[in-house]
Write a protein that binds this ligand. Structure first.
Ligand SMILES: [Zn+2]
Length: 388
């Protein structure tokens, strides 16, 4: 950790002290601000000056922190100080037994900045977020470089941990996720626009931290359009042809679902599995609820007949029960609603008002694999044409 208290409860930030100041406080009785157990000053050559618990310590914040984590916290803290934004480093809150990396007060609102460099279960992250929210502190997760799995220019590999921390709240126009490279002192903001299982499609903004202000974390927008045809076609082909021995439990259950309806992934309509918007806070992959919607609901409605959004939602509601995060409010457009808008673009439905849709055409179930792959290609071609 970077902070410690002396016997007079004066707080020190080790890396902000000069060599002689460090030599002075080394002589004092230093304690951990969270557990009040004794700590030692470590001012060696490899890591930045910091404090460490004694080996016998029972403090839950006593475990060794990586250089990346220590330096990242310090960079963020100095960055806020330079903007004259009130910030407290390693702020311990006894009532929730949490130590927030940096507590920030901005615009009469508290934010808890967490620089996450190590892998933790997403449930743990959610718990820490909920702890902060219970005190009215908005959690902001900033991830270290090992989480930045950037594929192609506009693809980000998603883990449940990242999905849990995609930020969406009323003050920001679009969802986003933050990364900090503490070595290069660079921020990267990713704006997910659509998701396909564990890949998010969207845009990146990369900026040196000195060229970015704290409020800009929320106000900066990215309006890149994304083309996911190549990735989608590959994925859809593998869904159609995947050998049973290579399946996850989820995929196996999906196969069972199809089997009971005398279907095979080869025969799935092309419009199933379209990358949807705002679905990142849900555990279920989109192709599963989209299958249930198309196969069990949409195909049963006669062409020309109308249905309400509520009726459509009821047919798939069970797939949206399990959420990865309860911390950030869901974006106002539900994934199913955005899927219906996509189907409208493709002329399958027509909205008669905001909550009623008319079915315009029947869905084609391909008979062979060749036909299915051709339908998929045509669909992507059409979608790209509509959007260009
Ligand atoms: Zn401690």
């Amino acid at each position: 950790m970077l902070t410690a208290l002396n016997q007079n409860k004066k707080s020190f930030v080790a890396p902000l002290l000069s060599r002689s100041e460090l030599d002075e406080i080394r002589k004092e009785d230093l304690t951990c601000p969270s557990c009040r157990q004794p700590v030692l000053l470590k001012a060696g050559k490899i890591k930045i000056p910091h404090f460490a618990h004694l080996a016998k310590s029972t403090c839950k914040f006593g475990s060794k922190e990586s250089i990346e984590h220590l330096e990242g916290k310090l960079i963020l803290f100095k960055w806020l100080q330079a903007q004259e934004i009130p910030a407290r480093l390693e702020y311990f809150i006894p009532s929730i037994q949490q130590r927030i990396d940096i507590l920030v007060k901005w615009n009469n609102q508290f934010y808890g900045l967490e620089y996450q460099c190590s892998k933790i279960p997403y449930e743990q992250l959610r718990e820490r977020s909920e702890g902060m929210m219970s005190l009215g502190i908005t959690p902001i997760w900033i991830f270290g470089m090992k989480f930045l799995n950037r594929k192609r220019n506009s693809h980000l590999g998603l883990t449940s941990l990242l999905q849990t921390s995609i930020i969406h709240f009323p003050e920001v126009a679009s969802s986003r996720i933050f990364f900090l490279n503490s070595l290069m002192k660079d921020f990267q903001i990713f704006y997910p626009k659509a998701r396909l299982n564990h890949t998010a499609f969207g845009g990146f903004i990369q900026k040196p931290i000195t060229n970015l202000s704290f409020p800009e974390l929320f106000s900066l927008e990215n309006n890149h359009s994304v083309n996911y045809s190549f990735t989608w076609l590959n994925w859809k082909k593998s869904l159609r042809t995947k050998p049973p021995f290579a399946m996850t439990e989820l995929e196996y259950n999906f196969m069972k679902y199809l089997y009971f309806r005398q279907l095979h992934p080869q025969n799935l309509p092309s419009i199933i599995g379209l990358p949807s918007i705002n679905s990142w806070h849900y555990l279920q992959p989109d192709y599963i609820w989209q299958s249930a919607f198309i196969i069990d609901y949409y195909t049963k409605i006669p062409v020309g007949e109308s249905f309400t959004y509520q009726e459509a939602y009821r047919s798939v509601a069970k797939y949206f029960q399990e959420k990865l995060t309860t911390v950030y409010p869901s974006p106002s457009i539900h994934p199913l609603y955005s899927y219906l808008l996509l189907l409208e673009e493709l002329c399958y439905v027509k909205s008669t008002n905001r909550s009623t849709f008319k079915k315009c055409k029947q869905v084609l179930f391909p008979k062979t694999l060749d036909q299915a792959l051709l339908f998929d290609q045509n669909l992507m071609y059409l979608l790209n044409k509509l959007r260009s």
